[in-house]
Design a protein around this ligand. Structure first.
Ligand code: AMP
Length: 365
């Protein structure tokens, strides 16, 4: 079995690491000359949407997948006429546009914040009247890690804001006064079987995921599984999908989906019986899915902007280090740590030790 992956960053790297014991080979397509997944397979160096390179990727592989959502759905559709390509182009199309994504949630009766479409400054004024303040104004496409967003708190924040965000299609969302954020990582096989990992409680700093902790006991676990299952069925999804929610006293409010393996599921590499990466590979390859049960209490912490001393990290019991071999840059994810423990008290102590060893540079003062 040979899998082609559009993108060769750390997500592709970890997919290939998971596929290696299954004797699955990989070819990556990426514009970077030495992307971090390169040592784990063959590399085609070209733009992600380069038609010839996509053809070559397809020719080399039995099935094609991708590690990030900014690949063009049209290019993916073309690919899938030659070889199976998963997740399907419709999932990509839906998730890359926040308005389409939220319309899908609404059609499935999944709770979401009030929203309004904004195509110009006048729309913005009407949208604020509809949604109210505070609210979050977001670009419909190409936003990630909190980029392309602005929180509007008062009437003074409205003037000139359409231009400030680049005069591109926007969506205004009501500000959700949440208690914490969770995500559910889910997988759907080619035969429609679905499996879910425990909910991950996620802490962000400066809009970037800092820490993710699986919670076996969560009051809204079944809701999250149901919503993720509904979305995957509606999209006839194949592969791993992440669904992020705000948790309020009333229940879950949907934020967004990612049609791929996700940073908040990295703890599953050591912490679950089958990782998100292995199950993604299994799903797209048409293999049976593995069990997703948690093995032991664990947490994932991101290494951002600066690589700390490996000695300091590895001296902490239960620590597993993933250094992606990426050049450090403020705000860039260059590795992560999984911390494993026997119980929640021990986990908390070990997380504190890891926090002290990290030298993260988020790129904000
Ligand atoms: P996103 O790129 O949509 O995931 O947004 C990045 C982060 O901004 C989220 O993880 C939240 O912490 C915050 N955020 C986004 N949308 C909202 C909202 N409607 N209400 C409150 N906080 C939000």
């Amino acid at each position: 079995m040979h899998i082609g992956i559009v993108g060769a960053g750390q997500l592709g790297q970890m997919m290939a690491q998971a596929g290696a014991p299954l004797n699955i080979d990989f070819t990556f397509l990426d514009p970077a000359t030495a992307p971090c997944a390169a040592p784990y397979g063959a590399l085609l160096t070209a733009d992600w949407n380069d038609a010839d390179a996509l053809k070559a990727l397809t020719a080399s592989a039995d099935v094609v997948t991708f590690e990030f959502e900014n690949v063009s759905p049209r290019a993916l559709e073309q690919l899938s006429s030659h070889r199976p390509a998963f997740p399907p182009a419709t999932a990509l199309e839906t998730s890359r546009d926040r308005l389409h994504e939220k319309s899908l949630f609404a059609s499935l009766d999944i709770p979401l914040p009030p929203i309004a479409r904004v195509d110009n400054q006048r729309d913005l004024e009407q949208a604020v009247a509809k949604v109210g303040l505070p609210a979050v104004l977001k670009t419909r496409t190409l936003g990630y890690d909190g980029k392309g967003q602005k929180v509007l708190r008062s009437e003074q924040d409205i003037a000139g804001t359409f231009e400030e965000l680049g005069s591109v299609p926007l969506i205004l969302e009501g500000f959700v006064d949440f208690d914490h954020e969770v995500s559910v990582i889910a997988v759907r096989g080619r035969d429609g079987e679905t499996r879910f990992w425990d909910l991950s409680e996620n802490e962000h700093r400066a809009g970037i995921l800092h820490c993710a902790i699986p919670r076996q006991q969560h009051p809204f676990r079944q809701d999250a599984f149901r919503y993720a299952g509904q979305v995957m069925d509606a999209l006839d999804y194949v592969g791993v999908m992440a669904f992020e929610f705000f948790v309020t006293s009333e229940g879950l409010i949907a934020n967004e989906i990612a049609p791929r393996v996700h940073n908040s599921g990295h703890w599953s590499i050591e912490g679950a019986q089958t990782s998100q990466f292995e199950n993604h590979v299994r799903a797209v390859a048409g293999l049976p899915l593995g069990t997703t049960d948690l093995i032991t209490p664990c947490a994932m912490l991101n290494i951002i902007g600066a690589m700390p001393s490996a000695d300091a990290l590895l001296a902490i019991p239960g620590v597993r280090l993933h250094d992606y071999n990426k050049a450090p840059r403020p705000g860039r994810k260059i590795g992560h740590v999984t911390v494993l423990a026997q119980n929640n008290d021990e986990l908390k102590t070990r997380i504190d030790l890891v926090e002290n060893a990290l030298t993260n540079d988020l790129g904000v003062s």
